[in-house]
Design a protein around this ligand. Sequence first.
Ligand SMILES: [Zn+2]
Length: 133
Amino acid sequence: MRSLFIKRAHLKEILTKARESKVEICGFLIGTMKGEDAFVDYVVFAENRLNSPVGFEIDPLETLKVLEKAEEEGKEVIGIFHSHLNCPPYPSPRDLKGMDLWRNIWLIVNNTGEYRAFVLENGQIKEINVEVI
Ligand SMILES: [Zn+2]
C-alpha cells in the first residue's frame, strides 16, 4: 500500500464533521485499488454507536450493508475513517485491535484539522501518504 487518494471535498466533509462533533465520528471510504494505490470514490458516514469522545464502534449490520452496496457497484471498502478529539490522529491501542480485524486503510482525523492514514503490515503500524486531489 503506497498512497490514499481522496478528493478535497470528501476530506473537507470529514474534517468539518470531526470539528463540529462532540464524539468521535466514523465511516467508510469506498473506492478502488489501482496497484498499490487506493482511490476514494465516495465516503459513507456511519453512526458511532458508542457515542463516545474516546472510541467508536459501527453497527455490524450497517457495515454489511455498506459492504454489499460497494460490491454491487464493483467497488470495495478501501478503508475506514474516524476522528480523535484533542489528540493526534494516531492509532490508539483500541484502534490497533480494530486494525487487526479490518486490514484496510485507517484514515484518522482530529477536530483540529489534522489527518493521517495507516495500515497494519506484519503487525506493525505503517503510515501511508494521503494525496488530496
Ligand atoms: Zn482512534
